[in-house]
Design a protein. Structure first.
Ligand SMILES: C[S@@+](CC[C@H](N)C(=O)[O-])C[C@H]1O[C@@H](n2cnc3c(N)ncnc32)[C@H](O)[C@@H]1O
Length: 378
């Protein structure tokens, strides 16, 4: 079976979790970079990653990589690649360029020039350039004098799960939410509390993990199936069989989501319904500074994403809010958890003051906000 070098992209800082996850899915010899994992997979694993992986955002099939001097040199190198192996007669393609470093050309120029090289190779076969929603998206990554050219097999980022009916103005990236659940090593029996659940991202990702619902089954774009050189029937079969392997035998509510806003709780319920996880998640409207008024004291796990004091909450309110939330989590019985915050010094001090030990500290880029994920336990 053909094998391909690939880059699995992930949010910066999540590489160790992403590489653990894709290794568990069967990928071997993973190399962690900054914001990506590099490996070599067969075409079945390529499909599997696009359907099953929760902690990566895109899978790029690498066509070529190397060093270049200037745009002319890059064009020369790329014109030596036979693109008919990747783009079939009559298909349309587009080139997207991501560039880091100082160059004498803009990203848009590089994309246009490289697109021209590919088009002149294939136009006699009826291949067209289309920039909006191309069948084959060619990715050109340039970092200083290094380039990588490949195909985006995922299309739209895999963090767009396809189950969200309602969005929160400060919603968490589901890829990061899933990573937080992996980080705490949740046993799927002890109840998991998100005391600031917004529209339910963390509860839903946790529930999908518990019920073995693959994140790819709600997505409506399947760009990998445009790659005529791979076995795309396998992708459809895998997707169907993934649906039939979900676990519906969990009888208890093993996840609690709480938020102060009744509107967000309604939206969280709608999102949970859309993801098919309502049977194991309970939502409550309430003030998590007094969680013990909302749910009984017990032994709990927790994962949450409080306001950072950047967009929606006043920065001055954050230290007090964090102290009260952490004290309330401890009081209700949280023994282990993970929290992501952009006000990380404040969060660290609230956790340590309450007597929690920080067992892992990951610096993660959430969008363009620098955050820390702390894993904490008693
Ligand atoms: C950053 S948002 C969480 C977003 C969520 N992770 C998602 O993806 O939708 C923080 C949430 O904390 C809630 N919140 C703030 N103070 C709260 C409190 N004292 N008790 C409960 N929820 C609170 C807000 O209503 C907001 O929805």
């Amino acid at each position: 079976m053909p094998r391909y070098d690939v880059l699995a992209l992930c949010p910066r800082g999540m590489e160790s979790i992403a590489s653990m996850e894709i290794s568990n899915l069967g990928v071997s010899n993973v190399i962690e970079g900054r914001g990506y994992i590099e490996s070599n997979v067969d075409e079945h694993l390529l499909s599997k990653l696009n359907i099953y992986a929760r902690t990566i955002t895109r899978v790029i099939l690498i066509i070529d990589k190397g060093e270049f001097i200037d745009l002319r040199d890059l064009k020369n190198k790329i014109s030596g690649i036979s693109f008919k192996e990747y783009i079939d007669a009559g298909q349309c393609f587009g080139v997207r360029c991501e560039r880091i470093g100082r160059h004498s050309f803009r990203s848009i120029d590089a994309a246009r020039e490289i697109g021209g090289v590919i088009h002149s190779q294939l136009m006699s076969r009826g291949v067209r350039v289309c920039l909006d929603d191309p069948e084959i998206e060619i990715v050109l990554r340039i970092i200083n004098n290094r380039y990588l050219i490949g195909i985006n097999t995922s299309g739209e980022s895999l963090h767009k799960r396809g189950y969200r009916v309602y969005n929160h103005p400060a919603s968490l990236n589901p890829v990061i939410a899933a990573g937080m659940i992996y980080l705490i090593g949740w046993d799927r029996k002890t109840i998991l509390i998100d005391p600031m659940c917004g529209v339910g991202t963390i509860p839903i990702e946790a529930a999908m993990i518990a019920m073995n619902i693959p994140p790819g089954i709600f997505r409506e774009t399947h760009k990998i199936t445009n790659l005529r050189f791979i076995d795309t029937d396998y992708y459809w079969k895998l997707r169907e069989s993934a649906k039939s392997k979900t676990q519906f035998n969990i009888e208890k509510k093993i996840i609690f989501g709480i938020d102060a806003s009744p509107k967000y709780i309604e939206w969280a319920k709608a999102n949970s319904n859309a993801a098919g996880v309502s049977r194991i998640v309970s939502y409550f409207t309430g003030d998590s500074r007094r969680i013990y008024d909302i749910v009984p004291r017990n032994s709990y796990y927790s994962a949450f994403n409080p306001p950072y004091g950047i967009r929606l909450t006043r920065p001055r309110a954050i230290p007090h809010l964090y102290r009260e939330i952490i004290a309330s989590l401890k009081d209700v019985g949280v023994i282990k958890g993970a929290v992501i915050s952009g006000s990380y010094h404040t969060m660290k001090s609230a956790l340590t003051k309450a007597g929690y030990n920080i067992t892992r500290d990951l610096v993660v880029l959430h969008g363009n906000i620098l955050t820390h994920i702390y894993v904490f336990s008693l």
